[in-house]
Design a protein around this ligand. Sequence first.
Ligand SMILES: *[C@@H]1O[C@H](CO)[C@@H](O)[C@H](O)[C@H]1NC(C)=O
Ligand SMILES: *[C@@H]1O[C@H](CO)[C@@H](O)[C@H](O)[C@H]1NC(C)=O
Ligand SMILES: *[C@@H]1O[C@H](CO)[C@@H](O)[C@H](O)[C@H]1NC(C)=O
Ligand SMILES: *[C@@H]1O[C@H](CO)[C@@H](O)[C@H](O)[C@H]1NC(C)=O
Ligand SMILES: *[C@@H]1O[C@H](CO)[C@@H](O)[C@H](O)[C@H]1NC(C)=O
Ligand SMILES: *[C@@H]1O[C@H](CO)[C@@H](O)[C@H](O)[C@H]1NC(C)=O
Ligand SMILES: *[C@@H]1O[C@H](CO)[C@@H](O)[C@H](O)[C@H]1NC(C)=O
Ligand SMILES: *[C@@H]1O[C@H](CO)[C@@H](O)[C@H](O)[C@H]1NC(C)=O
Length: 706
Amino acid sequence: MYLHTSLKSLGFLALPSSLRIVIAQTNETLVPFAFKPLPLGSIKPNGWLKDQLTLSANGLAGHQHDFYDFVAHSTWLGGTSEYSSLREGFPYWFNGLVPLAYTLEDERLLEQVHSAADYVLEHQQEDGWLGPETGSERNFWGRMPVLLGLKGLAEAEKGGEWEERVVDSLWKFMEVTNTMLRDNFTGYHYHEGDAVGQGDEQWGRVRVQDMLITLQWLYEEHSASHNASQVMENMQLLIEGSLDWADWYNPKVYIKEDLNTLPVSETEPLFAYEHGVNVGQGLKALAVFRRVTHNDSLVQTSKDAVDWTFKYHAAASGAILADERLAGLAPYYGSETCTLVETMYSLSYLYQALGDASYADRCEKTAFNALPVQLTPDWWARQYVSQPNQPYAQHLDETPFWNVNQWGQSYGLEVDYPCCTVNHPQGYPKFAAAMYVQVEDNGIAHALLGPGSATVGDTMIDCETEYPFSDTLIYTITTKSVFDFHVRVPSWADTSKTTISMGSSSTAVNPDPQTGLHKISIPFGTWEVIYTLSTPSIIQEPRANDTVAIHYGALVFALAIPSTNSSSRPKQYGSNDPLPEGYAPTQALDYSYTNTSAWNYAIDPSTLIVHRSNDTTSLANPIFAPGAAPLWMSGKACEIEWGMYKGVPDAPPTGEARKCVGDVVDVRLEPLGGAKVHMVDLPVLILSEGGSTDGEKGDGGTGAAI
Ligand SMILES: *[C@@H]1O[C@H](CO)[C@@H](O)[C@H](O)[C@H]1NC(C)=O
Ligand SMILES: *[C@@H]1O[C@H](CO)[C@@H](O)[C@H](O)[C@H]1NC(C)=O
Ligand SMILES: *[C@@H]1O[C@H](CO)[C@@H](O)[C@H](O)[C@H]1NC(C)=O
Ligand SMILES: *[C@@H]1O[C@H](CO)[C@@H](O)[C@H](O)[C@H]1NC(C)=O
Ligand SMILES: *[C@@H]1O[C@H](CO)[C@@H](O)[C@H](O)[C@H]1NC(C)=O
Ligand SMILES: *[C@@H]1O[C@H](CO)[C@@H](O)[C@H](O)[C@H]1NC(C)=O
Ligand SMILES: *[C@@H]1O[C@H](CO)[C@@H](O)[C@H](O)[C@H]1NC(C)=O
Ligand SMILES: *[C@@H]1O[C@H](CO)[C@@H](O)[C@H](O)[C@H]1NC(C)=O
């Protein structure tokens, strides 16, 4: 978090030297979404997803407005507390809390977001600037998450006073935006003497897609009786002055290697494109730009962006491995909680914008695996980074990370840095808000699968399901007009055995190969539709160092490492001294998890068996807690010799060096989200039936199970 401010070499990111502003020939229509998003508030969660959102609302997310300095006493709300000159604490919080409050219709949170929005709109400056900064303190970046929150507020309050206030304020903000951008990109490009440093100032230029999303909405939904060409010009200027992700997702430039193996001179000039949170946010950038520029080559570039990121710099769980800066594939690299929620939002946007099913598959993977493992079951503490192989979560004397401190893998209020505290709340609310989408004029799709309902005009679709913990989704659909209902068929599902039934008819699905959508026509009336997925066998994903990650349906299964936890009063980021007593609610604690068993196991994937609990009552709440999931796997494993690297498990030995040093034992694999301490990238050995292998000293019996 600290290094970017001292970034000296901007080489590749050189600023344009002239004032020349060239606006390309304008097509006044934005390229339409493949699937139009539904307005915030039209989708409501059920089941486990509602439980998770409620935990978040009653946990850290829902209490920051009461006590957390960087929200409660932010300069945006008239206070003085900021963790950096970016003044992004309040913006991130607002961006997450608006969808959380409206998705749950939680009165207490609605009150928080309304009072915050009221303050921000009341304090809009004379020239239209939103936020507390004056003169050379102004930097567009901090506005971007606030604008996304305001857009959500206006959508959810359609036809009401909030909508009018927000839209009026945004049009006023468009005027100052236009003036500043035309004035040599003030607040966007760094100018000598700016109060915002050169490194920080580029954050707006590399994250500008997040501003364009709101401007595009303003342009399409609210430009009647306003100067639409001004917002179009602003969009074009912002794109022209941006750091262009297409320059990075270029085969001649993109770094596929582990960045930690390269010289600083090769990686530093490209830092803005390597920073984990920027990558998470930026995956959607080119699809957002394309709506304005109509440049169709960006469809493929967006695909390359996602495919390369996940191939060269990501974990099996759907987490981008970037312990501040992109790393490689080693199982000890970290992924930042902020990066996960941004990745999820980008992937859901990409599915809406481009309609390629792979984005939805990836979004679910991140949402059901990578995100929940980084929160305590009660949603009062989060990690800064999680590692694929992480058998404990505690203070490390030495770390394998590029720029994450010794507490980074523990759970807490603000361990390492506050950004993940203020930014984690957006994850599930935005996922929930993207579950359903509009398809053409007369269709609705369940795009991201999970429990929840959507109301669109006279049509109401309600889905009850334990997915991804079960294969059955039961819909109750009530409609006053004939419409097309679509369900997304995940890429892993066996389509020949996946069925959809309504009344007495049941058919195998036949999804569109591009979008993954299967369509059924729904007549007037009330209907029950049952969608039954078929999950084929366990999938072994080959990972680095001759290991595999285990997938079953949309879930990743990890070796669950038994542990104990201990808690303490939260530590202040930076100093790591305890925060004053009474500063935070008593539920806000910092946690360490310590392994109470060995973790150095090799498994035999051919012995894995999936188990499902016979308990037919509803899912446990919290569902993402050790042992809580109704699905788990058993299998055979043995301990191997496995070294350490900077305080954590190293890459495991390969080839001849990999051999059992203990009995073959039974082990348990659990869905990663609940297995806070875990091993995901597992070395493989063939362990003969109930017996021992070369060099193994056991008697063939099963030892202590873990
Ligand atoms: C402008 O873009 C829209 C939407 O992509 C497209 O339908 C239309 O043909 C374009 N118009 C021109 C003049 O290129
Ligand atoms: C415009 O800004 C650039 C830096 O972005 C600077 O080099 C240039 O001198 C400025 N031009 C004017 C006319 O102020
Ligand atoms: C509308 O915006 C354009 C682009 O910024 C500007 O040239 C024009 O003068 C504006 N028109 C009015 C009526 O303000
Ligand atoms: C489309 O975008 C790519 C990547 O930025 C660029 O190389 C190409 O010139 C653009 N095409 C047009 C027609 O502007
Ligand atoms: C582990 O895999 C990574 C990525 O392929 C490779 O760079 C590294 O050398 C491997 N380490 C060992 C110990 O095999
Ligand atoms: C810590 O361990 C206790 C006892 O096993 C458990 O009840 C509690 O949920 C754990 N807390 C966290 C945050 O994991
Ligand atoms: C937990 O992991 C550490 C680090 O590898 C190891 O030294 C220790 O023996 C493990 N604890 C138990 C109880 O096996
Ligand atoms: C579920 O019930 C069946 C039949 O009684 C039994 O064989 C099986 O072991 C049970 N499974 C679990 C996970 O308890």
